[in-house]
Design a binder for this molecule. Structure first.
Ligand code: MG
Length: 232
């Protein structure tokens, strides 16, 4: 039994990696052994004759201790696209059994396994016509933290994501509103979602530079930790 959960998003590019990395550091600083795990990453970055994948590189960059590379990821595909399509372009496929087994093994090795989704919840994982990322999450029986924007459009995206999770009885430990800039509209967005869902909310301010992640203080994060401890 540990603090094992998913970090999923209402959309792609919403800040799942930043939140995963923040929570990894939070648990590390409490003396826990933590592994972030990105089952499928897509979109290779090529720079100055070097190539890398952003998510797993980001974890390593901010980790308090060196992370074992083979634990961090199961599939990497070059094209920045949905897993099913990025895999197809390389004549490959994604098998959910490999991911489920990997998570089981990590759970035995670490105090906390933080799994990061790919895109939003209804991203196809492979060519099965009725199988989406959200179905993989359901199979793991782990709760989720939902990362959402605080900006215009978030009420619709967030409530749709919550409805999909609830329809599958996937426990939602909390919502993280990312890139908050303290405008009236954002405050109302967050309040509106809070009132209508009764799910604990955490607010991550917009970071001016990524290294600010090391010092940023988020209110209520300890509450989230207690929620997770109960649920998994
Ligand atoms: Mg990411």
């Amino acid at each position: 039994m540990g603090q094992n959960f998913w970090v999923v998003g209402t959309d792609t590019n919403i800040g799942k990696t930043i939140i995963t990395t923040y929570l990894m550091r939070y648990f590390q600083l409490q003396g826990k052994s933590v592994i972030p795990y990105k089952p499928v990453q897509t979109g290779i970055v090529v720079e100055d004759l070097q190539s890398y994948y952003e998510d797993t590189t980001f974890y390593q960059m901010f980790s308090e201790s060196s992370l074992i590379e083979t634990h961090l990821n199961s599939y990497s595909f070059k094209e920045a696209a949905s897993p099913h399509y990025a895999a197809k372009l390389e004549g490959a496929g994604v098998e959910e059994e490999i991911i489920l087994n990997h998570i089981q093994q990590l759970k035995m090795m670490y105090d906390s396994v933080i799994c990061e989704g790919a895109g939003g919840l209804y991203v196809p994982l492979n060519e099965q016509p009725h199988y989406y990322f959200i179905d993989l999450i359901k199979q793991t029986q782990l709760p989720v933290i939902l990362v959402a924007s605080s900006k215009l459009g978030t009420i619709n995206h967030t409530l749709l994501s919550i409805e999909a999770l609830k329809n599958r009885d996937i426990p939602i430990a909390g919502i993280v509103f990312n890139m908050f800039e303290d405008t009236e509209l954002e405050i109302n967005n967050i309040e509106t979602i809070k009132q209508r869902t009764n799910i604990p909310v955490i607010v991550m301010p917009k970071l001016h530079k990524l290294s600010d992640l090391k010092d940023v203080q988020i209110e209520g994060i300890d509450f989230l930790e207690r929620m997770l401890a109960i649920q998994c």
